[in-house]
Design a protein around this ligand. Structure first.
Ligand SMILES: NC(=O)c1ccc[n+]([C@@H]2O[C@H](COP(=O)([O-])OP(=O)(O)OC[C@H]3O[C@@H](n4cnc5c(N)ncnc54)[C@H](O)[C@@H]3O)[C@@H](O)[C@H]2O)c1
Length: 439
């Protein structure tokens, strides 16, 4: 990740291919959104790269460019999309099926969406129990499947006349896997692929294929995937950016906004109970206890890290934290998330906060996919390799260098992201000290 101040940044010339693993609710909402924005019928709301600004210099300098004017990002008109899925539906049919966007809007985008047909997936039902599909690759072993992906990626890049590619995992959440001895080195990982070892999940095969093909990789689900030493060292060796895990949307987004506020005022916490009803395919997959366990691990760690019970035992020791996701088909993608937060204040007097967030999961996730695609491509052109901790802002369970605890506080994450951009462009970092205004 280290990169010198005011590094040379290669320009964003040519087309940027965005390869999406999974062509479900999140991916189709993302692609349709970009096509709608290109057509001028929608605005990129929720996207920091498109709408965000960055303050430079002193408050009195009045230098506040848009982020996209400050760093050389690829333009939306230069983005092309490819995907893999176990279902053969085009992006248009998959978007209709996901039911996130209105038919009328999708009708206007039919032409570009129909053209996106998913490539055959690397899939094994052992890792996603609730799904089965026909659009699936076959091969002698996992290593051979990886070779098929590598060949397919090269062909896709050529056909679509792309100068650069990024890959983003937006496929279903796999079952919970613990790091295994075969994940330690690239050699043991490759041997395990040849042996069809159980510890190698499909998501790892895609990540391996991306990194072997010279493509940066982001993981939008809580699966282990690229968060293993073998793939981290491959990313380092091939000078590629990686980041994950699990897009930060919905309830966890709210948690990382509210918990830092409570802590900043030294308000205590007895418990935080979160429950959701969700009726899309993601909800159906998460109804399987093994897939839910992966998600639960990702969601639970957030409060521990933000509240630091070890540092503030009288405020946060032993608080109770429960997270539930209930599959409830009538709601589709329109999730409802309830939070009951039991806090306490001066002299230990208890208070309660109730949140009822009627959210739209994929509407919150789509701009994250856009920003990650653009920032990963930027990182690549800058020469930033390995784990991109400055992109923690987008994840529930941010990947960090080994031995470092993740930063979950969204305000610190945003400051880190913007300071990274200032650093890249040779601008002063903003510390908010501000003493100079009073000299
Ligand atoms: N706000 C959000 O929507 C949100 C937030 C955080 C994380 N995520 C994660 O993002 C992922 C996508 O969410 P979604 O709502 O689009 O789910 P979805 O079920 O609508 O789409 C996932 C797609 O992945 C496909 N798939 C599964 N395994 C595959 C494989 N091995 N190769 C290729 N395709 C495969 C499925 O067929 C499906 O079409 C999920 O893992 C979800 O947990 C979503």
């Amino acid at each position: 990740m280290p990169v010198a101040k005011q590094t040379e940044i290669a320009p964003a010339e040519g087309r940027l291919g965005v390869l999406l693993v999974g062509l479900g609710a999140v991916s189709t909402t993302f692609i349709a959104g970009v096509e709608a924005i290109k057509k001028g019928v929608a605005e990129p709301i929720g996207s920091l790269t498109q709408m965000g600004t960055i303050r430079l210099g002193k408050r009195t300098d009045n230098r506040v460019p848009l982020i996209k004017d400050f760093v050389p990002l690829a333009q939306l008109k230069d983005m092309v999309f490819g995907a893999w899925d176990i279902f053969p539906d085009s992006a248009y049919d998959a978007a209709l099926n996901a039911g996130v966007l209105e038919k009328e809007l999708l009708g206007q985008l039919k032409e570009p969406l129909r053209k996106i047909k998913p490539m055959k997936a690397v899939f094994d039902q052992t890792y996603v129990k609730r799904l089965s599909g026909t659009n699936v690759k076959t091969g002698k072993n996992k290593f051979e499947l990886a070779q098929q992906l590598i060949a397919e990626i090269a062909e896709w890049k050529r056909k679509n006349k792309c100068s650069r590619l990024v890959m983003i995992w937006a496929a279903s959440t796999e079952i919970f896997l613990k790091p295994h001895a075969v994940h330690k080195t690239l050699d043991s990982f490759e041997q395990a692929m040849r042996d069809n070892h159980k510890a190698i999940a499909p998501s790892m095969i895609y990540a391996y294929a991306a990194l072997k093909s010279g493509i940066p990789f982001a993981n939008g689900a809580p699966n282990l995937t690229v968060d293993i030493p073998a793939l981290m060292s491959l990313a380092d060796k091939n000078k590629l950016a990686i980041c994950g895990k699990d897009f930060k949307t919905g309830q966890t987004l709210m948690k990382t906004i509210i918990a830092p506020g409570l802590k900043s005022r030294m308000l205590g916490l007895h418990g935080w109970y979160s429950t959701n009803i969700l009726g899309n395919r993601d909800g159906e997959v998460l109804d399987d206890p093994d897939s839910f366990k992966t998600k639960e691990e990702s969601k639970l760690s957030v409060l521990e890290y933000i509240l630091q019970p070890d540092v503030y035992p009288s405020l946060y020791k032993d608080f109770s934290h429960v997270v539930r996701i209930n599959y409830y088909p009538p709601r589709g993608d329109n999730k409802e998330g309830w939070d009951n937060i039991d806090i306490f204040g001066w002299l230990g007097y208890p208070m309660q906060i109730k949140i009822d967030f009627l959210c739209r999961d994929s509407i919150l996730a789509a701009p994250i996919v856009l920003d990650l695609a653009l920032f990963l491509d930027l990182a690549q052109r800058v020469g930033m390799k390995g784990v991109q901790e400055w992109l923690s802002f987008y994840f529930k369970s941010p990947q960090t260098a080994p031995g470092l605890y993740p930063e979950h506080d969204i305000f610190i994450q945003l400051m880190k992201l913007k300071n990274t951009l200032r650093h890249l462009r040779g601008e002063d970092l903003i510390t908010h000290l501000g003493l100079e205004y009073y000299d």
